[in-house]
Design a binder for this molecule. Structure first.
Ligand SMILES: [Zn+2]
Ligand SMILES: [Zn+2]
Length: 171
């Protein structure tokens, strides 16, 4: 959804939209459409968006590689400024406190992109299916959250080969 910056009132205007995976062009599977509500405020050429976003994303657990569902339900706030052009762009030095500011081009803001960026920011680098996921057995690859494996018994009888190795060779 493309918003013309000049159409945004200073007093704010609320937008509400539902976006699907195709519109967002995300590199992940969405199990629920993205529900986006946001109020856009304009001050001169600067725009502030305060909003809320919910969706469900399918992802692989970083430890056990099982598919897991990530619920995204977040408040967000972003700031937009017009992208500097020409000589201004070359001279522009971005102050530290403005690093969180995004630029818009052609006097328009695409709310799909805002939603997309928000989702990407919300997905942790290492998704876990549960806190304390036990991961995969390093010997046979079994998912230790489920039934464990025979390696565990062997480890108790014969000891952990890695542990013996480190005891012999020092850590
Ligand atoms: Zn897991
Ligand atoms: Zn095992």
């Amino acid at each position: 959804m493309i918003i013309n910056v000049k159409d945004i009132p200073i007093t704010g205007k609320e937008y509400e939209l539902d976006l699907d995976e195709e519109t967002l062009d995300l590199d992940m599977t969405l199990l629920a459409p993205v529900h986006f509500t946001g109020t856009l405020y304009r001050s001169g050429q600067d725009v502030r968006i305060q909003g809320h976003l919910t969706t469900e994303v399918e992802n692989y657990c970083h430890r056990c590689l099982e598919l897991t569902v990530l619920h995204v339900d977040t408040d967000f706030e972003v700031f937009y400024k017009p992208k500097p052009t020409g000589a201004a762009a070359a001279e522009e030095e971005v102050p530290i406190e403005e690093l969180g500011v995004l630029y818009y081009r052609d006097s328009t803001i695409d709310l799909c992109e805002t939603a997309r960026d928000t989702i990407i920011l919300e997905i942790p680098m290492k998704v876990l299916c549960q806190e304390g996921c036990r991961g995969l057995c390093p010997f046979c690859g079994a998912n230790l959250n489920k039934n464990g494996c025979d390696c565990a018994c062997q480890k108790q009888e014969t000891g952990n080969p890695f542990k013996e190795f480190f005891e012999k060779h020092g850590t």
